[in-house]
Design a protein around this ligand. Structure first.
Ligand code: HEC
Length: 121
């Protein structure tokens, strides 16, 4: 009797551990384990924006201008809609950047990253 109870407990604990391990694996596969907004923004910047902007956001890239320190309002208009906030003077007159509306939930993360590099930290 006693053995069976212990056996069940061990089995339950094992299953719980397995569950944790699996969910962590899934997180790692998609985004990496809990990232700070700036770190998530950096991942996005490095994988998406550097197609045209410099890996160093403070420098001009192959196509895009430096964008370190870009405000959330600017990022929202430019990245999601290809527009600029009212009264903003664009760094370039071109319209070569395609809007990337699928990033709509990621603007704060991008802004956090671009603010952190602006501050030099
Ligand atoms: C297809 C190339 C390309 C990609 C990809 C791209 N950009 Fe751009 N970006 C540009 C170009 C070129 C400009 C200059 C204006 C124009 O031609 O649209 C620009 C301008 C900007 C501006 C306005 C700068 C200013 O102050 O005038 C911001 C902000 C910006 N990009 C952010 C981003 C972010 C964030 C990403 C990634 C999520 C990104 N861009 C991805 C090419 C690109």
């Amino acid at each position: 009797m006693q053995w069976t109870k212990t056996g069940w407990l061990a089995l339950a604990a094992g299953a719980a551990l397995l569950g944790i391990a699996c969910s962590q694996g899934a997180d790692e596969a998609s985004q990496g384990i809990p990232l700070s907004p700036a770190a998530e923004g950096q991942q996005l910047y490095d994988s998406v924006c550097t197609a045209c902007h410099n890996l160093n956001p403070s420098a001009a890239g192959g196509l895009g201008p430096p964008i370190a320190g870009s405000s959330e309002a600017l990022l929202e208009s430019k990245v999601l809609r290809g527009e600029y906030p009212p009264g903003y003077t664009p760094k370039r007159e071109s319209h070569a950047m395609i809007p990337l509306p699928y990033l709509k939930d990621k603007i704060p993360a991008l802004a956090a990253y671009l603010a952190s590099v602006q501050a030099g930290s």
